[in-house]
Design a protein around this ligand. Structure first.
Ligand code: SF4
Length: 303
């Protein structure tokens, strides 16, 4: 049995950067107090990597923990997803030092959204309402935006009665984003026919899907087709994990999603000569290596 890891899978540069910032903070912990380093929410959507960093002293907290850490010299990391402005204000109020590891791609999205909102545009975001990144963006515009997750959702909830701009959460899938764009454009054309209605005189579309996700799709589909079976490793909370899994599964129906090795059903490997391991932008390389070793051992046992 030949087992290989998709060379385009694993941490994106934004996650590499965030984990490196956390590692640096952990390496420079105050030796006198040996105080933990804190992170707001899970540092990435991967339980294995969360545990590895927790073992080094990275403690996951929420904003509700700020009062107990107030004025204690605590450092709190903001993860790649970013945070709403309110979080920075609360940290300031509690005398907490923020270490900002927001991915620059997300910072850029927040800046662009803020710019259009300041100019009076209706903000529409293709994304998941309660995803951490979207919560950050919602905070930037004081929740004065519409978050949609499908074409139906957009047509039902976006009132095109004023100038509007459509953005995307960075980890959503581009085909659905383009469908939503087309549906809203079509709706504006319909409204123009009835001149009695107020309509969006401007409709802008900003494709803010991260190239680190969309750029992997074609390569992943090729990789999936080149193997008999794909084990796709990702945290269940990972948005891009779901998007990339769907891509692999469409290319090869014998693609299986697992979060941990003990979820692998050996029967999946029956008759397979080539097994591929792939993962999300938050899947650590070291864990995919462990999966590969497990599959290789299994291959030896069953052959
Ligand atoms: S997927 Fe893109 S936006 Fe998200 S952390 Fe990675 S580089 Fe940043």
């Amino acid at each position: 049995m030949n087992v290989s890891i998709d060379k385009f899978s694993g941490f994106c540069w934004g996650v590499v950067r965030t984990v490196q910032i956390a590692e640096d903070q952990l390496a420079h912990k105050d030796a006198a107090t040996n105080r933990n380093v804190y992170v707001l929410g899970h540092i990435i959507h991967n339980p294995k990597e969360i545990q590895r960093l927790a073992d080094k002293g990275l403690e996951t907290i929420t904003v509700d923990d700020f009062p107990r850490l107030a004025h204690s010299g605590a450092k709190v990391i903001i993860r790649a997803h970013g945070e709403p402005p309110e979080t920075y204000r609360k940290a300031w109020d509690n005398g907490i030092e923020i270490v900002d590891a927001t991915c620059p791609v997300v910072t850029k999205l927040q800046e662009r959204v803020r710019k259009f909102w300041d100019q009076g545009y209706q903000i529409v975001i293709f994304g998941k309402k309660d995803h951490a990144e979207v919560l950050g963006v919602r905070g930037v515009v004081r929740d004065q935006c519409v978050v949609v997750k499908s074409v139906e959702d957009a047509l039902e909830n976006v009132l095109l009665d004023r100038k509007t701009v459509l953005f995307s959460q960075t980890t959503m899938d581009r085909p659905t984003f383009l469908e939503i764009r087309n549906a809203l454009k079509g709706r504006i054309s319909e409204l123009i026919v009835d001149t009695m209605e107020e309509i969006a005189t401007e409709f802008h579309v900003k494709d803010t899907i991260c190239g680190q996700v969309s750029g992997r799709e074609a390569q992943l589909a090729n990789f999936a087709r080149a193997n008999d079976v794909i084990i796709f490793v990702a945290g269940r909370a990972s948005s891009n994990g779901k998007v990339l899994f769907d891509v692999a599964h469409a290319a090869n129906p014998r693609t299986y999603f697992v979060e941990t090795i003990d979820e692998i059903d050996p029967a999946w490997l029956d008759g397979a000569n080539n097994v591929g391991i792939s993962g999300a932008t938050s899947t650590p390389q070291w864990y995919m290596e462990e999966v590969r070793e497990w599959v290789e051992r299994r291959g030896l046992v069953t052959s």
